[in-house]
Write a protein that binds this ligand. Structure first.
Ligand SMILES: Nc1ncnc2c1ncn2[C@@H]1O[C@H](COP(=O)(O)OP(=O)(O)OP(=O)(O)O)[C@@H](O)[C@H]1O
Ligand SMILES: [Mg+2]
Length: 255
């Protein structure tokens, strides 16, 4: 990781980033943003505004059509071996969750820990006891201790979401990218999960970029809320409890 970058605490930097899937239409349009260490940066916006696409760019799953991104000082790209090392420390919870349906809940969470252990051991599935305990702890944190041995397909939508959260936490990430992680959960469980992430954030200086549909939830937990509309960032506000601490209305208004 680039030390000069950590000196100013900027974990993610995007400079005039554009993204097109078809080389004709742009779904992200000149996005500029930066995320400091320990910040909860939350993105909201209507369906199709480009939120998930933005998260995939940060994780190196997509490459910008124009513009520059750095994450821990490196250009994200899943095909770059150096960036793959950084990816091990990025807990990514995709909107689709990315769980393997036919294996147990515990095995799904262990997949998160596999990124941290020796390749041969992971191929041979020789998992140190400590990793299994770590995965079990993560499942306890999300309240799934009694479902560890169940096949993942047999869980409810909300339970699957919690498995994906446990998998990311078991990875002991320093950056968490969470795409609508509480959208299928009831209010009480949503709060529990968000409190858990918030506590982890403070304890471990975890940086997070989260996407929410619920604006109240975003305001309750975010340090910065960014609003996307038709691929453009139209507003960014700093929040602290009920107080707006910073305000930036982007000049490029959507057409
Ligand atoms: N793989 C893809 N190929 C082509 N177009 C895509 C692809 N993924 C997303 N898009 C398009 O890009 C735009 C932004 O999609 P994205 O998934 O980023 O939106 P979103 O803000 O996350 O929406 P939602 O709130 O519904 O999840 C949409 O118009 C979508 O149809
Ligand atoms: Mg999405």
């Amino acid at each position: 990781m680039n030390n000069s970058l950590s000196s100013n605490n900027i974990i993610i930097n995007m400079d005039k980033v554009w993204l097109s899937y078809d080389k004709i239409h742009y779904v992200l349009n000149e996005i500029t943003m930066s995320v400091k260490q320990s910040t909860n940066y939350t993105i909201i916006g209507q369906s199709g505004s480009g939120k998930s696409t933005l998260l995939k760019l940060i994780n190196g799953l997509l490459i910008p059509s124009k513009g520059k991104i750095t994450v821990f000082g490196m250009t994200p790209n899943k095909k770059n071996k150096q960036f793959l090392n950084i990816m091990k420390k990025i807990g990514y919870i995709p909107q689709s969750l990315g769980l393997v349906k036919n294996i147990s809940v515990l095995d799904n969470v262990l997949i998160g820990t596999l990124t941290r252990i020796n390749k041969i051991k992971s191929i041979l599935k020789i998992l140190p006891e400590i990793e299994i305990d770590n995965a079990k702890q993560a499942l306890e944190l999300v309240g799934l201790e009694d479902k560890m041995e169940k096949k993942t397909y047999a869980l409810s939508g909300g339970e699957k979401r919690r498995v994906a959260i446990a998998r990311a936490l078991a990875q002991k990430p320093i950056l968490l990218l969470a795409d609508e992680i509480v959208s299928e959960l009831d209010h009480v469980t949503s709060k529990e999960i968000m409190n858990l992430i918030s506590d982890t954030q403070h304890e471990l200086k975890l940086t997070s970029v989260m996407i929410h549909h619920d604006i109240k939830l975003a305001l309750d937990y975010a340090d910065i809320v960014s609003v996307l509309q038709k691929g453009k960032k139209i507003l960014e506000i700093g929040v602290n409890g009920n107080t707006i601490t910073d305000f930036d209305m982007t000049k490029n208004q959507p057409c």
